[in-house]
Design a binder for this molecule. Structure first.
Ligand SMILES: [Zn+2]
Length: 121
């Protein structure tokens, strides 16, 4: 018998990470229902008479949020994919060698689809 993959534990981990990511994304923007993509929301202009510096700051904030969201979104999608795949029999098996993925690796990255030997990078 090999290591039993603790799906419940992994699911909890995925759900927690999903919530954290969603919280961060909601802080910075909103999900566009038309494209299904997260978009940064521009800050509301409270002082229309604000000077050029303020405008530049606001633009930088928006840019920073946009790029932050671009890194969070694929992580969220990965987690959603992993959650979907969790109930499949093939979950926890390496896509390359079809062997069980090490539990330690799954705990560190529940969305992992390959074993340590076949992980990218
Ligand atoms: Zn492998």
């Amino acid at each position: 018998m090999g290591t039993v993959i603790d799906k419940k534990k992994i699911k909890e981990k995925l759900e927690t990470e999903k919530d954290t990511l969603l919280e961060q994304l909601r802080d910075m923007g909103k999900l566009n229902p038309e494209t299904g993509e997260w978009e940064a929301t521009p800050e509301e202009v409270k002082f229309p008479e604000s000077d050029q510096n303020d405008m530049a700051d606001r633009f930088e904030d928006f840019e920073a949020r946009s790029s932050m969201m671009k890194t969070l979104e694929p992580r969220l999608n990965n987690i959603l994919k992993a959650l979907k795949g969790l109930n499949r029999e093939s979950f926890g098996r390496c896509e390359v060698c079809k062997k069980d993925i090490e539990m330690a690796r799954l705990e560190a990255n529940p969305a992992a689809r390959t074993c340590k030997k076949h992980m990218e990078g």
